[in-house]
Design a protein around this ligand. Structure first.
Ligand SMILES: [Zn+2]
Length: 113
């Protein structure tokens, strides 16, 4: 269930926008300058997938596990653009997987945001 609406201030461009916590794991981009504003993982340890990406209050992408073993293979879905297998070089820690997803998302945010 979405949380209450907050006002966020972008630490990069200084502009303010509405923001809502929808998921336990989500990463937020500024709707004005498209820089990363915040990365949130409620759990810290344990199952954190799927993880979601937001531009302001708009959900734009998600990372999900796939395959039969947990925490090994991940796919990034950018809504409207398709699915991308994440290359993590055999490292499957949360930060590594998020970094791989972020790199692809930022390519789309920069071009199409
Ligand atoms: Zn900004």
């Amino acid at each position: 269930m979405p949380g209450p609406l907050h006002i966020k201030k972008c630490k990069h461009c200084g502009k303010e926008f509405d923001y809502q916590y929808h998921h336990a794991t989500q990463e937020l981009y500024c709707p004005f300058c498209f820089a990363e504003v915040e990365s949130l993982s409620e759990f810290g340890f344990g199952p954190v997938w799927p993880a979601y990406f937001f531009i302001g209050n708009k959900e734009i992408a998600a990372i999900n596990e796939f395959g039969k073993y947990p925490d090994l293979e991940f796919v990034l879905e950018i809504y409207g653009y398709g699915e991308f297998a994440l290359e993590t070089g055999g490292e499957t820690g949360f930060l590594k997987v998020m970094a791989a997803g972020r790199q692809i998302v930022q390519g789309y945010v920069g071009k199409h945001g």
